[in-house]
Design a protein around this ligand. Structure first.
Ligand code: IPM
Ligand code: MN
Length: 366
């Protein structure tokens, strides 16, 4: 197959981790006889510096002519005092909105070789295998009015029926491919938007009798993610709750540095990015964990290109490198050797060269 991939490295550790992910994509292309045309574009603070725009028109055009987008991370202290239009994060929100990427999939799965780094007890974390389905183009992030003076500030939490219906349906479809269990997370004891959300979940579930749905309040979900995270399979929730809960859930597995994500719309086009941020304090030091970016490529192959064996090969290679005891700074135990971003990536590339494809898959993406 021949595919065009737009790579937007962004800020902080974004360039380092996307460099690693592109190397993996190249190896997959060679091994499975695909041609991946990789082109680079600017986003975030890097684009503010070059174009005075966190999402320049050139970048949008590049993505429009691509089959999928791989993004590193955006943001950093350099741009923290910028006006909201010139903040790096604005570029990320704008690209999600432009391509109507309403469904953000964030898989969180415990891996035995990383459990030592989990802040939870091993027996609590070991059976975790959940997929957070976060609504990505509505809610507080995009609601109008949104304004601030020195005396007051307003953000609006707006959801339309259509926006809720499509994400709820997507989560039910995904649940059917997993264990058939959905936790719908809201704050329906307080918020009107959550009451509508809950009502629509109730309506929609009639068409999915095979899916078991439980409503949960977001505060109690935050607690259960710590006390008994293994009870969750698919979690579906609105934009802001999903942002917060996915960071919380991500560390259960040991490090935010290993969690990939996919942002999808209605067709196969998607934007793939690590759940972690730009980590400006370690940028350029070779300390970043490239696993999340590499696994985001696996999600791209799986979801946008339907290359399931190729995606599984990446997941397996990453898993093997962890099992062999190779870690970047975020995951090492005292006394262990720290591998740099590039050294760790080389281990994955070597593994991809020698591995024989088996059936062990690290993350269940579907
Ligand atoms: C994420 C990030 C973004 C978000 C920021 C960078 C705008 O935290 O993808 O989770 O809040 O969605
Ligand atoms: Mn976030």
């Amino acid at each position: 197959m021949e595919k065009r991939v737009a790579v937007l490295p962004g800020d902080g550790i974004g360039p380092e981790v996307t460099e690693a992910a592109v190397k993996v994509l190249e190896v997959i292309g060679r091994r499975f006889s695909h041609t991946f045309h990789v082109s680079y574009g600017s986003i975030g603070g890097a684009a503010v510096d070059l174009f005075s725009n966190p999402l320049p028109a050139e970048t949008v055009t590049l993505c429009e002519s691509s089959d999928a987008v791989l993004l590193g991370a955006v943001g950093g202290p350099k741009w923290d005092n910028n006006s909201s239009e010139l903040r790096p994060e604005k570029g990320l929100l704008a690209i999600r909105k432009h391509f109507d990427l309403f469904a953000n999939l964030r898989p969180v799965k415990a891996v035995p070789s990383l459990l030592h780094a989990s802040p939870l007890k091993e027996e609590v974390a070991k059976d975790v295998d959940m997929l957070i389905v976060r609504e990505l183009t509505g809610g507080l992030y995009f609601g109008e009015p949104s304004r601030r003076t020195d005396k007051s500030a307003v953000d609006s939490l707006v959801y339309t029926r259509e926006e809720i219906e499509r994400i709820v349906e997507r989560s039910f479809e995904i649940a059917r491919l997993r264990s058939g269990k959905v936790a719908s997370v809201d704050k329906a004891n307080v918020l009107e938007s959550s009451k509508l959300w809950r009502q629509i979940v109730e309506e929609k579930k009639k068409a999915y009798p095979d899916v078991e749905v439980e409503h949960m309040l977001v505060d109690s979900t935050a607690m259960k993610l710590i006390t008994n995270p293994a009870q969750f399979d698919v979690i579906v929730t609105e934009n802001m709750f999903g942002d917060i809960l996915s960071d919380e859930a991500s560390v259960i597995t040991g490090s935010l540095g290993v969690l990939p994500s996919a942002s999808m719309g209605h067709d196969g086009f998607g934007l793939y990015e690590p759940v972690h941020g730009s980590a400006p304090e370690i940028a350029g030091l070779g300390l970043a964990n490239p696993a999340a970016a590499i696994l985001s490529v696996a999600m791209m192959l799986h979801y946008s290109f339907n290359m399931k064996a190729e995606a599984a090969a990446i997941e397996e290679a990453v898993n093997t490198v962890f099992e062999d005891g190779f870690y970047t700074a975020d995951l090492v135990e005292p006394g262990q050797r720290v591998l740099s971003t590039r050294e760790w990536t080389s281990k994955v590339l070597d593994e991809l060269d020698v591995q024989s494809v088996s059936n062990s898959i690290m993350f269940s993406y579907v």
